[in-house]
Design a binder for this molecule. Sequence first.
Ligand code: ADP
Ligand code: MG
Length: 301
Amino acid sequence: MRIAILSRNPKLYSTRRLVEAGQERGHDIEVIDTMHCYMDITSARPSVRYKGKQLPYFDAVIPRIGASVSFYGTSVVRQFEMTGTYSLNESVAISRSRDKLRSLQLLSRKGIGMPRTGFAHHPDRIDDLIKNVGGAPVVIKLLEGTQGIGVVLADTQKAAESIIEAFMGLNASILVQEFIKEAGGSDIRCFVVGGKVVAAMKRQAPPGEFRSNLHRGGQASLVRLSPAERKTAVDAAKTMGLNCCGVDILRSNHGPVVMEVNSSPGLEGIELATKKNVAGMIIEFIEKSAKPNNTKTKGKG
Ligand code: ADP
Ligand code: MG
């Protein structure tokens, strides 16, 4: 098959591994810089242009869209979909997952475990917003943070109120969440491909830190999932409509709770921690899901 990886940087571990895994399985793989693609939105002949030429037909694209370029990145993925190309994750599902609040609203409707969460823009009663999620300590989040930036732990009611007031002053919408203390600064990344958890790792924050992000110095190790954790991850992926994603779960004393679902999960941490060929499993899933030489344009939006 002819597969394009939409990535801004061919040197990134995840991009390199997908190229390698695709070639190992006998495919034609090309890395295309998403931000340098431009689109021809002419009636009945949508196409993607790149470096002065119309791109040839691809059987599949693998979107690796950074959070900072979500809008343009998902437009490019959508344009590929308009030409009939299969996308590992649909553009609508990627957009959906980029909004933490939208994601939590969808997960809550499906009854998937999550930390008690409040959301507000300009509440008259900040004390009630905090009380409603169980009172301090609480975690306060900016809607569009990544890599742990914009995630704050407020130990006391007073601290929580002043942080919320500060965010309100910046005209930001705020997420207030029950602090899952019993997780002990660790979370579990479940890597889901095609409705199955294909790999999982535990990430432990360094001492004195509650955020387990690898970018914040978290350490990855192997973990065995309980059936409930596995089900939570699979249900979350399905709810979000993502074929390939990282579902981050905390072990709370009311069962597994989902913190977020990442539609471009990194491969480095998970492959090194589990020694699994996750890139290969992604390519294998595409082989089963994309129809080679599909010339019909599908009506997606
Ligand atoms: P980001 O998108 O920046 O990664 P997250 O919501 O994933 O933001 O939070 C970053 C980290 O903070 C998580 O990996 C987790 O370790 C910790 N964390 C987030 N929310 C909670 C919570 N409600 N209780 C305990 N720890 C949390
Ligand atoms: Mg996270």
